[in-house]
Design a protein around this ligand. Structure first.
Ligand SMILES: [Zn+2]
Length: 184
């Protein structure tokens, strides 16, 4: 508990780690809880409302979200979800999305508006919750990361054409399958 969270490097569009299917967490130990703290600190560093383990180069099914952050930027209410599974979804909503791994690109994505998600928390307790609207969108975006899916994959051909050059620009910095965002 005395350990200060570490800020982790962000892997950017073009990095192959963003396209892998992540592995389930088998044991929730001290390493996992420290990693979750690092993930939360890194999310806040980039003013994010969510962050998934592969975005910091870790191939594990862990996400952190803070859906209240948008309306209440001063308050921190992080939620850690380990091995999250979206069990049910319904409805439809369109939201402008962005991603810490795809800097400066935003686009409207259509997703289900209501979900039921099950996950394990950092104390190894199981949860099953219903979410709608913005929190549901964030959880879907972050769960996609665990399967190597990015929000740009959900766009129509026309919408993707519009951002194609920007994506190419980001991808250009990839070296040997790795593309890490430099500290500013
Ligand atoms: Zn993302």
């Amino acid at each position: 508990m005395s350990r200060k969270p570490k800020l982790l490097p962000i892997h950017i569009y073009g990095d192959k780690v963003l396209r892998l299917k992540c592995e389930e967490v088998q044991v929730i130990d001290e390493n996992i809880s420290q990693f979750a703290e690092d993930l939360i600190a890194t999310m806040y560093q980039w003013d994010g409302v969510g962050l998934a383990a592969p975005q910091v180069g870790v191939n594990k099914r862990i996400i952190v979200i803070d859906a209240e952050r948008k309306d209440n930027p001063k308050k921190q209410s992080p939620l850690v979800m380990i091995n999250p599974i979206i069990e049910e979804s319904s409805g439809e909503t369109e939201t402008e999305e962005g991603c810490i791994s795809i800097p400066d690109i935003y686009a409207k994505v259509v997703r289900p508006s209501n979900i039921t998600v099950s996950y394990t928390d950092i104390k190894n307790e199981q949860h099953r919750i219903k979410l709608s609207g913005y929190p549901a969108v964030i959880v879907q975006h972050e769960c996609d990361h665990l399967d190597g899916i990015l929000f740009t994959d959900h766009l129509s051909t026309i919408a993707r054409l519009k951002i194609r050059n920007k994506l190419k620009e980001l991808q250009k910095n990839t070296v040997d399958g790795v593309n890490i965002r430099c500290e500013e």
